[in-house]
Design a protein around this ligand. Structure first.
Ligand SMILES: [Zn+2]
Length: 244
């Protein structure tokens, strides 16, 4: 089965980080899926005039389902952890739960966060660790074709805390141009209505469109066992589906 899965922490990670890739994979015939660890109920960036704090979880769950539809994603699963608690979860239990979901789906392509979670968010870093642990421990009952760690080019700027966001360009193996689907990606990002103020304030969305210098998505490619791969030059194409 030509399946690809994105494993992330919060509703909006998928659209912001790999939205353009998900759209194009679906167009190419990949059956795309998302596994989201939480419902984003601990967001501090939400629009207070639009939603009450206590409604954030269910509202953001619906926002993710709407974004997924725009991205052409077939199915969204939640791990039902509480937002901002991943680092405190029992790791063995979480790895077992995630392995079970992956073994049922058997996706050939796995997309998740790079080691610093792009933004250094503890939930993002924990998801990366869970995925790497299940690969290294051989918890999958099949071997994926590739694992892609989503990142950004760290020359793009620093976070408020002074840390660099993303990865050095030398470590990035794969750069996917998303210009053609930028409007569709913006629509999926905007489906996360509760987060709109943050998305506009941080400059990702300008006048309803994706900011001009956000027209590429960046990855570090690993093999199906989670080992680094050496590519002669940077990859710029998405993997083809297997012809049956
Ligand atoms: Zn997140």
């Amino acid at each position: 089965m030509n399946r690809a899965v994105g494993i992330f922490a919060h509703p909006d990670d998928e659209a912001i980080i790999i939205g353009g890739t998900l759209i194009q994979l679906a167009e190419m015939g990949w059956e795309t899926h998302l596994i989201c660890a939480t419902k984003g109920e601990a967001s501090t960036a939400y629009d207070r005039e639009y939603v009450k704090k206590e409604d954030l979880g269910p509202v953001r769950e619906q926002e993710l389902l709407k974004a997924a539809e725009i991205l052409g994603v077939k199915e969204v699963q939640f791990l039902d952890y509480l937002d901002a608690t991943l680092v405190n979860q029992d790791e063995a239990e979480a790895v077992a739960k995630l392995s079970e979901r992956l073994n049922a789906l058997q996706p050939e392509l796995i997309y998740t966060f790079e080691v610093n979670g792009i933004s250094h968010h503890p939930d993002h870093k924990t998801i990366h660790q869970w995925v790497m642990k299940l690969l290294k421990e051989g918890r999958l009952n099949y071997e994926p074709q590739a694992v892609y760690l989503a990142t950004v080019d760290n020359r793009a700027g620093r976070l408020k805390n002074g840390k660099l966001m993303g990865s050095p360009i030398e470590e990035i193996t794969t750069i996917i141009e998303i210009e053609r689907v930028a409007a569709q990606k913006a629509k999926a990002i905007l489906a996360h209505r509760t987060q709109l103020n943050m998305l506009v304030n941080n400059g990702l969305i300008v006048d309803g469109a994706l900011q001009r210098n956000h027209r590429h998505e960046y990855f570090i490619k690993l093999d199906g066992k989670g080992q680094a791969v050496q590519l002669a030059e940077k990859e710029t194409q998405l993997p083809e589906v297997h012809k049956p």
